[in-house]
Design a protein around this ligand. Structure first.
Ligand SMILES: Cc1cc2nc3c(=O)[nH]c(=O)nc-3n(C[C@H](O)[C@H](O)[C@H](O)COP(=O)(O)OP(=O)(O)OC[C@H]3O[C@@H](n4cnc5c(N)ncnc54)[C@H](O)[C@@H]3O)c2cc1C
Length: 391
């Protein structure tokens, strides 16, 4: 039986494991975190992206934990209404906290897949018969193929393709996500506030006692340690210290949180997503940054990669076919995500007023259809092939 090693147990990794098992491959997933990682903002599915959930029989499980988020209101420094951003824009058709989705995918695969937590690949040596893999902790093993599903800072990509800086483009903003007590009493709704170059959004849905906080700020690439959460908190506090609205209270919550997600809005671009017996999928291959429909596409990509491996006689043809099918959607997601930073943190006071005006106009009845088309068009670039014959 073909043995496949996947690096990363978040979204793309468990999805690839599910479909590879369905096609009869033997699968091992190695995840560097000691346990499944919780946290992160909500992720949404819309348009054709929902098809991957139907194919996996997951719609009901995800609906049961969905946020059912309503609209987000843009407010001024005094909390006064400026404009409404409809839930179709912010939350798609089905939205679920990232950690919940990851847990559902893990539960869906844990009985058929070997999961190894708290370890990572340290070297890959390819030869005619497979790939020899060494790990930070476990004993060396040999696999037929290796899949990097280990996110925007992929370890597999660094080992097989080269250093991260060669493939990453900074989009000019940073984003952070954490939760605080819901002192605004929000109920399946959100508020958005901006000053030139910085923006904040708060939302509350499933857990009415808590609010999710998204902070976005404009900055050239910063020098910091990706694992040092206290340093991330200092960077954020410096940027938002002088800001108005609810920011002083949200920064108090930042000081206390222990589940902070902090990263640059950046994009991963590679000319080719595979090299020999190693392939990349999800953010490791094409991260668009927030707002690019990355979660649905990571799952769709994992489905296509597994399906093509089942249908093609060799991994070279399979990797090429997978890339041909997914690349247009990855590109569309990257084009869309370029707007995200400027949407949450417009550069000037004029741009902030312009954002309010655009949403006041788009929310009028005649333009509602246009808005729906705009927010779904990237998700609708996906047309998933049917691999049931192979499965
Ligand atoms: C804890 C967490 C919080 C997140 N929060 C947000 C958020 O708030 N907003 C947002 O836009 N996106 C967030 N993301 C990213 C989002 O999940 C992805 O953009 C998207 O879902 C695609 O998923 P992926 O599986 O390709 O990559 P990711 O979800 O990034 O998952 C990669 C996985 O690989 C693991 N990993 C990394 N390096 C190695 C290695 N060397 N060896 C083994 N395993 C490794 C990671 O621990 C992680 O579990 C978050 C990701 C994580 C892991």
């Amino acid at each position: 039986m073909t043995k496949i090693l996947i690096s990363g147990a978040s979204i793309a990794g468990p999805t690839a494991a599910y479909w590879l098992r369905r096609h009869g491959f033997e699968v091992t997933v190695v995840e560097q975190a000691p346990a499944l990682r919780a946290g992160g903002s909500a992720v949404d599915f819309r348009g054709e992206q929902l098809e991957i959930l139907r194919k996996m029989g997951l719609v009901a499980a995800i609906e049961a934990r969905s946020t059912r988020m309503g609209d987000v209101t843009i407010v001024d420094a005094d909390g006064r209404f400026q404009a409404r951003v409809p839930s179709a824009v912010m939350s798609g058709e089905l939205e679920i906290p990232r950690g919940e989705l990851s847990r559902i995918l893990f539960e869906h695969t844990r009985n058929t897949t070997e999961y190894v937590f708290g370890d990572r690949i340290t070297a890959l040596t390819e030869h005619a018969g497979g790939v020899d893999v060494t790990f930070a902790k476990g004993a060396p093993r040999t696999f037929d193929l290796v899949i990097g599903a280990d996110g925007a800072h992929s370890g597999v990509r660094s080992l097989a393709f080269g250093p991260e800086r060669d493939f990453t483009t900074h989009l000019g903003h940073y984003a952070a996500y954490y939760t605080v007590p819901n002192h605004l009493g929000l109920d399946h709704e959100g508020r958005m506030y901006a000053e030139p170059g910085i923006g904040a959004m708060v939302t509350s849905s499933i857990d009415r006692d808590r609010m999710g906080v998204l902070l976005v700020f404009a900055a050239e690439p910063l020098c910091y340690d990706r694992r040092d959460t206290e340093q991330h908190k200092r960077i954020l506090t410096d940027r938002f210290r002088a800001a108005g609205w609810e920011l002083p209270t949200l920064l108090e919550g930042l000081a206390r949180t222990d589940t902070l997600f902090f990263d640059a809005l950046s994009q991963v671009r590679l000319d080719k997503w595979s090299k020999g017996r190693v392939a990349l999928v999800g953010d490791a291959a094409w991260s668009a940054g927030a707002g690019g429909g990355g979660t649905g596409l990571a799952m769709a990509g994992a489905y296509v990669l597994a399906g093509e491996l089942a249908e093609n006689p060799g991994h070279d043809q399979a990797f090429a076919a997978y890339e041909r099918i997914i690349r247009p959607s990855a590109k569309a997601g990257q084009n869309q995500a370029r707007q995200t930073g400027g949407f949450f943190a417009p550069a000037t006071a004029r741009a902030i007023r312009g954002r309010g005006r655009v949403y006041r106009v788009l929310n009028t009845k005649p333009l509602n259809g246009l808005l729906t088309w705009l927010v779904n068009r990237t998700a609708n670039t996906i047309d998933l092939p049917d691999y049931t014959r192979a499965a």
